[in-house]
Design a protein. Structure first.
Length: 111
């Protein structure tokens, strides 16, 4: 009797795998514009963001230099270089006399 139960389980698993693969191979049904917009709105939630963060942590463990490179790129985008924030547009006003020596000359520009 045990052989028949085992055979039945194997047949059910094989049938389920076959039906699952057949469903994956079927073409997707057409989607309306409203359905598409709703899917885009729901697109990236907390679950996928958590999975992405987990993958980044795994990447840092496997390749520490790549993790450091990502952190440096984030710092550069934020305006930090060598742990100091660069002066940019919108910062405190700079003295024009101090700024005079920093301007490029006409000879040095490639336009």
């Amino acid at each position: 009797m045990g052989d028949w139960i085992g055979l039945g389980i194997i047949i059910l698993v094989a049938l389920g795998a076959f039906l699952g693969l057949a469903r994956l191979g079927a073409p997707a049904r057409p989607m309306s514009q409203e359905e598409f917009e709703q899917k885009v709105q729901e697109g990236r939630g907390w679950m996928s963001a958590g999975a992405f963060a987990g993958m980044q942590a795994l990447q840092k463990l496997m390749n520490p230099k790549a993790g450091e490179a990502v952190e440096v790129q984030r710092d550069l985008k934020a305006g930090y270089y060598d742990d100091q924030q660069e002066v940019g547009e919108g910062d405190a006003p700079v003295d024009p006399a101090e700024e005079e020596g920093k301007r490029p000359t006409e000879e040095g520009t490639d336009a």
